[in-house]
Write a protein that binds this ligand. Sequence first.
Ligand SMILES: Cc1cc2nc3c(=O)[nH]c(=O)nc-3n(C[C@H](O)[C@H](O)[C@H](O)COP(=O)(O)OP(=O)(O)OC[C@H]3O[C@@H](n4cnc5c(N)ncnc54)[C@H](O)[C@@H]3O)c2cc1C
Length: 377
Amino acid sequence: MTKPVLIVGAGFSGAVHARLLAEAGYHIDVIDVRPHIGGNAYDHVDANGIRVHAYGPHLFHTKNRQVAAWLRGFGDFVDYTHKVRALLPSGDLAPLPINLDTVNLVFGTAYTTAEQVATHLARVAVPNPAPANAAEYLYAQIGRELTDLFFRPYTKKMWQFDLEDMASSVVKRIPLRTDRTDTYFADDELQMMPREGYTAVFARLFDHPGISVTLQTGFDHSMLGDYSFCFNAMPIDAYFDYAEGELPYRSIRFHTRTITDAPPQDWSVTNYTDTGNLTRETRWDCLPHHIVTETGRRTITAEEPCDYRDNNRERYYPVKTADNRFQGIYAKYQKLSDELSSKLAFIGRCGTYQYLDMDQVINQSLASARRWLASRS
Ligand SMILES: Cc1cc2nc3c(=O)[nH]c(=O)nc-3n(C[C@H](O)[C@H](O)[C@H](O)COP(=O)(O)OP(=O)(O)OC[C@H]3O[C@@H](n4cnc5c(N)ncnc54)[C@H](O)[C@@H]3O)c2cc1C
């Protein structure tokens, strides 16, 4: 009998690999150092009867119909349209991404057409055919005032870097609208949320006779002898005992409070534009099916970014600088991992040191598991 396969990490990358391999007849042992399944997508119902995502709001959005269809096989999903507002120093709440109404609020204009907004932005933009960093890129798109209001303090709080020190790729994916569209992920045709939460989806993903899950169990190199192969979502630098140096991450401290007098609002996330420590807050009851038991109380979570070493090594966002120095370190680890490729593959966000949305990690993991299965047949 072939030895089982070990999967380190019960988040999306591990769960997708586990499920596909189990369906192909392999026996899978999944371990996770945390006391719960779901990785960073884990959610639970709190004492206010509100569903809360333990590691920040997770909104599922994608252009990839196959990924969405596959995921729908493991739970009921409801349509959802994500909206974000930015709290301005004036106390006004402006739509984000920047749109026609945002421009009117900030500049005191009364534009009614996308053409007027485009003309305004072209006038305030600082032309630059080859922006060398995030500041130059944003100045070239929307000018100084909007950049310094919406992105400069936020970026500093989020990354501890000035926009000038960030790669333009970090801000290139921020959408910009000249019309009234006020939905955050308008470019993704599919936006949906699991009716019973992500944790229930993970429970179904792991619900297969070929899969056993053991929590509160960290990876140890001595485990490998018991397995024919290992898919590993742990941080790649930790696996190699930091031989090539540390790969840094930004982390987030979550501050949760209860309110009893919650005015209705049609957005769930509010970004802060000030220079304090907090970047944004989430009102969980504004997400669909997040009031699980009506108690009259509502939960709000505010986010305070920090270095991962100041937050129990909770790794959330790989750090991308303009000079790509950490990607250079990652490349050295990748080289080391090539030598292990017959018995181990790194997967997921921390295994491959890249920021991946859920749809991307599911897509990559489906492809990786299928490739691996094809190579064995
Ligand atoms: C604040 C925040 C908000 C986000 N919002 C969104 C969003 O709105 N939409 C979206 O699509 N994506 C979002 N994401 C991204 C989403 O969380 C990731 O796509 C997804 O979690 C990646 O899955 P993964 O399996 O790669 O990693 P993870 O979910 O992190 O899972 C890896 C697992 O490995 C375990 N592990 C690590 N080391 C060890 C070890 N040594 N031994 C055993 N187990 C170990 C960890 O405990 C973890 O459970 C967000 C991420 C963050 C941080």
